[in-house]
Design a protein around this ligand. Sequence first.
Ligand SMILES: [Zn+2]
Length: 142
Amino acid sequence: MRNVFYRVSCALARFMYGRNGSDQLNVALLVVYLFICLLRALFIHSVAAAAFFNILTLLTAAALLLRMFSRNLDRRRAENARFLSWWSPVRRRLNGLRQRSRDRDHKYFTCKNCKTVCRVPAGKGKIEITCPKCGGKIIGRS
Ligand SMILES: [Zn+2]
């Protein structure tokens, strides 16, 4: 039995050699795929809308599989890089928001001029903050 698993994994490794496999864009496509499936299962009751969602899931799955088994690594890497150049700032912002919502000891203010996020200790009452980047004034309650 173990031998069978070994052979299958070897054959799979041979098959995947020189192919794109999984990258961040494919993980994102998988998440989108599962999300669309979930939406369809939970909220879609009309036949026409269900057909539309079926097409969407098919297209997503097709893109995922084509990218995974593709041998055109240059193009797949370029696609992934383009995706990451959009996604990385979004992820950074989401991580920042999550960290801020956990931080009970500080209040965060965003400078109106330059969008710099300024952190000040919480519980100091009404304060005037000078932006460290552009020198603009922010008045807030911490
Ligand atoms: Zn500023």
